[in-house]
Every structure is written in structure tokens, then in C-alpha cells.
Ligand binder design. Structure first.
Ligand code: NAD
Length: 552
């Protein structure tokens, strides 16, 4: 008997050419394949993209936006084909695929609207060097390597590609080997836009191809992956001093306070735990409920969970809430966490069963922090619920984690919920909702601790794909310029006096140079006279500065 097809998903197959098979996790059906990049392909695309970088960077930002709008239009035209491939490739429903496409297009649209403003030249105050005019410009890095995961194979690969391109970089993308069909489909979309195709390349394959891309020394690496992969990539990138932005794993807590709307918390907590079959970096992976509400919350969660339908259809009309798990490795991790928890005294109160790649949404109680289920990323349809004494206890347990991606707090008192949110060690917090923050393209998203370095979404995201270049402009130094005075030997006392006048924290510090001058000339200054002299000095300085500025 051969190996079941599902088991081969994400694996390189050896033949005359190495390939990655496209396998539908729901049916086990193989529906295509793509050639795996060889070492020489990686080197070739790195050369090509380095050569093309100057041409793309030279295009004004409005021109880059115009070209990327063609991709936006194409994605809308090809909506049904895109969701069909994602459905076959990852097992998610056509509507869930559409939600992912929605987020992708929304983000591209907002980025195109705002990028010219976000990336425009900025004037910077020159401070005491008032004869200089200063500004900064955002320059592209050059070639950006983008390595993507399989759980949201469209939005998580395309967002950094959009950012990199808008910022003026060329891109080498390495889609996940697990969702190779989606990666292949994205490559074909780019190829259909002649003005864009020369500036993006795709490398298909597994970890070795990702590692070869990092070793080829792009100018920046943007990685979305597990924390373990993040560590490896950062180590490898350190060899060439390549900067790395990492969006890594999560173990997101949900805190339910005693004044929460318990029905809403249960309904949306269940959604946050089981959406995309729990395979979401910011899925609800741990729930802490204060004791007053614990029993009723668990009852509601069980009821909501039992209503969920598990199944698969390739049609756009779909009644299922959850599809299959996407591939075998994930299934093994989930089983491992569940068995470890059960062996340590946890109890399943809903679900627990499995049929091939389809797992029932599962609610587990009697959990604690000795269990892998509460410490490591499970990335599957399990919702562990733990009773806590009070708000403080909930915060302490939520923060007792190596991860810090996002969190959710439930309370009808929004002030109180925010007070709790401020104490959580995470990158983002949702109050009275779960996971929605990610769908807001201009709200920064990313983690602290082992959940990542850097942020995606919004102005800062786009600027991460640039290097700041600073300019200080002026005519050759004049004799009374502060910089000139400080360069000339013999000006120690003058320099010290300027420092005190300009940066003195107390009036005494600021007036000290004036007092010294007066005392040197034998004048015994009274405080009022000193104040008058200081006032006059300040006035004169301001007037001279104003005059000089207006002359420019
Ligand atoms: P993964 O770490 O297995 O692989 C991610 C990508 O890295 C793949 O393309 C893979 O081929 C590549 N890769 C693996 N080893 C590599 C190496 N040594 N050098 C270069 N590339 C290498 O992750 P995954 O299973 O595809 O994705 C799920 C993980 O991603 C979860 O941990 C999840 O939390 C995380 N994730 C994080 C975010 C976020 O925004 N923080 C979003 C989605 C997923």
C-alpha cells in the first residue's frame, strides 16, 4: 500500500525534476504540482532582482501605485478562481477564502491611497545648527525576500510583497510548500501584469529553498513562520548582517471578567478559537474566566461549539463552520498537546473526535500551565478554558507565556477592560471581540516576546521596507555657526556657555554664563538685573534665529 496522498502534502517529490504536489486536504486528491527551485534558480533570481531594483526604485511612488492598482483590478476580476484554488489547497471554505481575499484587497487599496503620503520626504528640525536645512527620504533596501506560511497563504504572502514593492524594492517570494497551489496561483497573477512581472520572482519549495533564499543575501528578509523557524532564519541572516522582520507564533489569551456579556463572549470566543480550524496565529488558544462566571461561560461555550458544522465543499454555498486540518504535521502537534493535557488531568467537555483530517471543535477544561496545551502553540481546533480567582490572577496567567502576539478582554465596563489591556504583554488587544484587529489594514499588527520582531499593517509597516536617508544642506560654514565655533580650538568657555544657555534645566543653569561675564567685569548683579539680561539675550537669540530662517 502506498503512502496516503495527504501525508505527501508539503513534501518535495523526487523525479527527473523535484516537484511539490498540490493536494486537497479534505479529499486527498492531487490536483497539480509545481517544480521546486534549484540552488542555481535561487542565485539566478537574486541576480535578476538585484539588477531590476534600480529600475523599479527609479519609478515615482505614484507610478508604482498605478501599476499595483492593476493587480488590485485583476484580483477582483479573478475572485472566483482565486477562492477556488485556496479552497482546494488549504481546505478552507470558499467564503473564508473570500474573507482572506477581502482583507488583501482592502489592504492594497488603503496602501495605494496612502503610500505617497507615508513615504514622502520629511523636513526635520536642525536645532541649534540653524544654518542647515534638514530632511529625510525613505529609500528602498533593494531586494526583499518574503517567506510565507500556509495558514493564510494569500494575505500573509501578499501584504509584505505589496509593502516591499510600494517602498521601491524588488521581491523574491517563497510561498509555503504546504499551500504550493496558492503560491503558484499568486505567481501567475503577477505574470499577467507586464509592468509588474519583471520586478517579482517566485521560488517554490520547502525549508531548504527558504534557507537558500536567506543565504543568497537579499537586502531584507520578511518572514512569517513558527518561532522555531524564526530563530533559524535570524541566525542564518546574521551571517550576512541581513535585517529580518519576523511575524511568528502565538498563544493568544482571552480574559473573561465578571461583568462580561457572557453570551457574546462565548459566541465570539468560540469563533476566535475555531475559525480556519484553529489554524490562525492570533486564534484564541487559552481562555481565563473569573470564577463568578466560569460555569455559565463553559455551559454557553459547549452549546455554541456543539452547533458548529464540520465538513468540506468546493461550492461557494457552504453550511460548514470548519473545514479539515490543512496537513499532517499540524494534526500530529494537536494530538500531542491533547494527549499531554489529558494525561495531566484535563477533561474534554465537547468534541474530541476525529475523522481523518477532520477534527471536531474541542473544548477542554481542568487545564493548567504545566500542560503543553497552555504553553506551546497548538494551532488547531481546541479551546482550553481555565477558572481564575479574579482579574489580577487572569492578567498574571495571560502574561505567563513566552509568546505575546495578541489578546482579548471581555467586560461591559470599557474603562476597566482597557485598564486590564494595558497590563498585557502583547502586540495588540481586542476588547469585546476576537481576531478582528488583524482585518484593519492600518492598525499595526505583530508580537512581543517570541511572537516576532517588527509590525505589519500601516504606515510603519511600509516604512520598515525602506532605509532612512538623511540630508543636511547649507552653504559652507559661516564663522558664527555653532558648528564652526565648536570646531575652532580655544572656544571651550564659549561652548560651555552656549550649552548652559541652550540646554540649562533650571534658570540658575541658564543664567550662569551671563553671571560669569558680569562678575568678570566686576559687576555685582542683582537678581532682577540678571533676569533682564537673560530675557534680553533670549529675545535677541530668537530674533536672530527668526531672521536667519526667513532669509532661507
Ligand atoms: P513554518 O515555520 O513551518 O514555515 C514558514 C515558512 O518558512 C515556510 O515557507 C517554510 O518553507 C519556511 N522555512 C522553514 N524553515 C526555514 C528555514 N530554515 N529557512 C528559511 N525558510 C524556512 O511555519 P508554518 O507552519 O508555515 O506557519 C505556521 C506558523 O506561522 C505558526 O507558528 C503561526 O503562528 C505563524 N504565523 C504567524 C503569523 C503572524 O503574523 N505572527 C501569521 C501567520 C502564521
Amino acid at each position: 500500500m502506498g503512502v496516503p496522498t495527504q501525508v505527501l502534502k508539503g513534501m518535495t517529490l523526487n523525479g527527473s525534476v523535484e516537484t511539490l504536489p498540490f493536494i486537497n486536504p479534505a479529499t486527498g486528491e492531487k490536483f497539480g504540482e509545481v517544480a521546486v527551485a534549484r540552488a542555481e534558480d535561487v542565485r539566478r533570481v537574486q541576480r535578476e532582482m538585484a539588477a531590476a531594483a534600480t529600475t523599479w526604485a527609479a519609478k515615482p511612488i505614484k507610478e508604482r501605485v498605478r501599476i499595483l492598482r492593476q493587480l488590485q483590478a485583476l484580483m477582483l476580476d479573478e475572485m472566483d478562481q482565486i477562492t477556488a484554488v485556496m479552497n482546494q489547497d488549504g481546505g478552507k471554505s470558499r467564503q473564508d477564502a473570500l474573507s482572506e481575499l477581502f482583507m488583501t484587497v482592502d489592504l492594497l487599496n488603503q496602501y495605494c491611497n496612502n503610500a505617497p503620503r507615508w513615504l514622502r520626504r520629511r523636513r526635520i528640525s536642525s536645532g541649534l545648527q540653524f544654518l542647515k536645512r534638514c530632511y529625510i527620504e525613505y529609500k528602498p533596501h533593494g531586494v526583499v525576500g518574503v517567506i510565507g506560511p500556509w495558514n493564510y497563504p494569500l494575505v500573509l504572502l501578499l501584504t509584505p510583497i505589496f509593502s516591499a514593492l510600494l517602498a521601491g524594492n524588488t521581491v523574491i517570494a517563497k510561498p509555503s510548500e504546504v499551500t504550493a497551489a496558492t503560491g503558484d496561483m499568486i505567481e501567475k497573477l503577477f505574470r499577467r501584469i507586464p509592468e509588474l512581472a519583471p520586478f517579482v520572482r517566485f521560488l517554490h519549495g520547502g525549508p531548504e529553498v527558504g534557507a537558500a533564499l536567506v543565504a543568497a543575501s537579499p537586502d531584507l528578509v520578511y518572514l512569517t513562520s513558527s518561532t522555531a523557524t524564526g530563530r533559524k532564519v535570524m541566525k542564518a541572516a546574521a551571517e550576512q548582517m541581513t535585517p529580518v522582520i519576523c511575524e511568528l507564533g502565538g498563544k493568544d489569551p482571552m480574559i473573561v471578567l465578571d461583568d462580561a456579556d457572557v453570551k457574546a463572549a462565548a459566541k465570539w470566543g468560540v469563533w476566535g478559537a475555531f475559525y480556519n480550524t484553529g489554524q490562525t496565529c492570533m486564534a484564541i488558544e487559552r481562555v481565563y474566566v473569573v470564577q463568578e462566571l466560569y460555569d455559565v461561560f463553559v455551559r454557553e461555550v459547549i452549546e455554541q461549539t456543539r452547533r458548529l458544522k464540520v465538513g468540506y465543499t468546493a461550492e461557494t454555498g457552504n453550511e460548514n463552520d470548519m473545514g479539515p486540518l490543512t496537513f499532517q504535521r499540524q494534526l500530529d502537534i494537536i494530538e500531542d498537546h491533547m494527549q499531554d493535557a489529558l494525561a495531566k488531568g484535563a477533561k474534554i467537555v465537547a468534541g474530541g473526535g476525529r475523522d481523518g483530517m477532520f477534527m471536531e471543535p474541542t473544548v477542554i477544561v481542568n487545564v493548567d500551565h504545566t500542560m503543553r496545551l497552555m504553553r506551546d502553540e497548538t494551532f488547531g481546533p481546541i479551546m482550553p478554558v481555565m477558572k481564575v480567582d479574579d482579574e489580577t490572577h487572569a492578567i498574571q496567567l495571560a502574561n505567563d507565556s513566552n509568546f505575546g502576539l495578541s489578546a482579548s478582554v471581555w467586560s461591559q465596563d470599557l474603562e476597566r477592560a482597557q485598564r486590564v489591556a494595558h497590563q498585557l504583554q502583547v502586540g495588540s488587544v481586542n476588547i469585546n471581540d476576537t481576531m478582528t484587529h488583524f482585518a484593519i489594514p492600518r492598525l499595526p499588527f505583530g508580537g512581543v516576546k517570541e511572537s516576532g520582531i517588527g509590525r505589519t499593517h500601516g504606515e510603519k509597516d511600509l516604512r520598515q521596507f525602506t532605509q532612512t536617508r538623511a540630508y543636511a544642506i547649507g552653504r559652507p560654514p559661516l564663522p558664527f555657526d555653532v558648528a564652526t565655533l565648536m570646531r575652532a580650538p580655544g572656544n571651550y568657555r564659549l561652548g560651555a556657555a552656549i550649552m548652559r544657555l541652550a540646554f540649562g534645566v533650571t534658570p540658575k543653569q541658564r543664567l550662569q554664563p551671563v553671571r560669569e561675564v558680569l562678575e568678570e567685569h566686576g559687576v555685582k548683579p542683582e537678581v532682577s538685573r540678571l533676569a533682564a539680561v537673560a530675557g534680553l539675550t533670549a529675545l535677541l537669540t530668537a530674533a536672530v534665529l527668526g531672521l536667519l530662517r526667513s532669509r532661507r
